[in-house]
Design a protein around this ligand. Sequence first.
Ligand code: NAD
Ligand code: FES
Length: 280
Amino acid sequence: MYRIVKKTELTTNIYLMDVEAGRVARKCLPGQFVIVRTDAESERIPLTICDYDREKGTVTIVFQCVGAATQWMARLQEGDGFHDFVGPLGCPSELVKESPETLKKKKILFVAGGVGTAPVYPQVKWLHENGVDADVIVGSKTKDLLILEKEMEAVAGNLYITTDDGSYGRSGMVTQTIKDLVAEGKVYDVCIAIGPMIMMKFVCLLTKELGIPTVVSLNPIMVDGTGMCGACRVTVDGKVKFACVDGPEFDGHGVNFDEAMRRQTLYRTEEGRAALKLEE
Ligand code: NAD
Ligand code: FES
């Protein structure tokens, strides 16, 4: 059993958990993910690692209740545990493979949307710990839904918060802030965008126009997480890739987002049935 040592509700329906998983904590790097199951029968849930403490042997995950499986997860309390906590899976972020000296010469922009702020955090933190300052845009629908603001503030070079309804920070979607920063004279060598698929699609359309190479982190439906089942199939530059082993990060300008969004809805009927069962 993988014990939950801390559980916090960051905002409505979004939870943070620190989980005892020593082997994952010792080996994981920013950009990688885990697949968890609450019990032997439950759905497998892929979650990008939000943070880790190698000494304590804990891994931090952040998840939003979007279906029956995540609602079951949200019912777990401190002291309870996960049946499975498999990882670290996937490739680490390309950034952490580069030397800090090379990275210091680059102007790096992160774009985090909603719950996607959680997987952006360990990358920005890793850069900060290696003396690299990155600009970070965090987009949220409203002020109430904003997560990890203080944590991000502590590690970002410059933090730009934007809310769709203008209730906090700048007003509008993340794409508006990218346009504003570029119009103000900011130049970026690379952009890393993580958030809902629709956000990543529109960020990539914009950065392609602006000539900024862009990396996205995809989170399609996953089953085994080891490249065997094909559930996480995505098309990048016209080629089939498996997000669990070839990714989760890809060149955003090559991703077929429309296909990826269609595939995300494949199990909507089954998800509906599971949600009804949960209410019984
Ligand atoms: P959200 O819908 O609140 O959107 C977050 C921000 O994205 C918005 O504030 C806006 O700035 C931007 N955005 C949304 N639509 C946009 C558009 N059309 N053009 C430009 N910008 C746009 O986000 P949420 O509800 O937190 O997102 C939940 C989704 O994120 C889930 O589907 C989840 O699967 C996904 N997610 C992805 C990852 C990942 O690794 N890629 C990680 C966590 C969550
Ligand atoms: Fe099965 Fe990726 S989850 S191949």
